[in-house]
Write a protein that binds this ligand. Structure first.
Ligand code: GLN
Length: 180
């Protein structure tokens, strides 16, 4: 299995380190041709407007959409925003997942936080310690998409749609390998 990490902006290095730790073959992806021969792709956290703008400049939007229709794609934080269909403002999105997202839903950078989540699909019964950095909320999940996890107040922070995964938080910044 070979899993690429979109490496045009954001914390792609942390995802690569996690995949290497798991013994998964991986590479940094900056050009459409680098999607060839990948089984899946991770879109890291960072700044979704920047990722979208650079993906547009590098002619990556359409190749990423085509790739995501056939392969596993996981977006963390800004990556989840980029995967979504709607963020209620104009910015380039892949629109692959039937989710709408509210950016910076918890406030500014200083309002970043960590929380223990209940994510039954991860198994093992222990909570998942999640890191939220100027994170989005997944406001609506429709069509084929389903909710994977919420905060105790019910706000959605992880969703899955077939082979696609969106998390508001950053598993690559923890020692917990279960998401990867
Ligand atoms: N606030 C960023 C955005 O709106 C996401 C932050 C992150 O990826 N940690 O794109």
């Amino acid at each position: 299995m070979k899993i690429g990490v979109l490496a045009i902006q954001g914390d792609f290095a942390e995802h690569i380190a996690m995949l290497k730790r798991l013994g998964v073959e991986t590479c940094e992806v900056r050009l459409a041709v680098q999607l060839d021969n990948l089984d899946g792709l991770i879109i890291p956290g960072g700044e979704s407007t920047t990722i979208g703008k650079l993906a547009t400049d590098y002619d990556m939007l359409e190749p990423l959409r085509v790739f995501g229709k056939e392969h596993a794609v996981w977006g963390t934080c800004a990556g989840a925003i980029f995967l979504s269909k709607d963020v209620r403002r104009a910015q380039p999105l892949l629109g692959l997942m039937d989710i709408s997202v509210a950016r910076n839903a918890f406030g500014r950078q200083v309002d970043s936080f960590e929380a223990d989540l209940d994510i039954p699909e991860l198994g093992e019964g222990r909570p998942y310690h999640a890191v939220f950095i100027r994170a989005p909320i997944i406001e609506t999940v429709s069509g084929e998409a389903k909710v994977l996890s919420t905060l105790p107040d019910g706000r959605i922070v992880a969703a899955q749609q077939a082979k696609m995964l969106a998390t508001s938080f950053h598993p690559e910044l923890t020692d917990d390998i279960r998401f990867h």
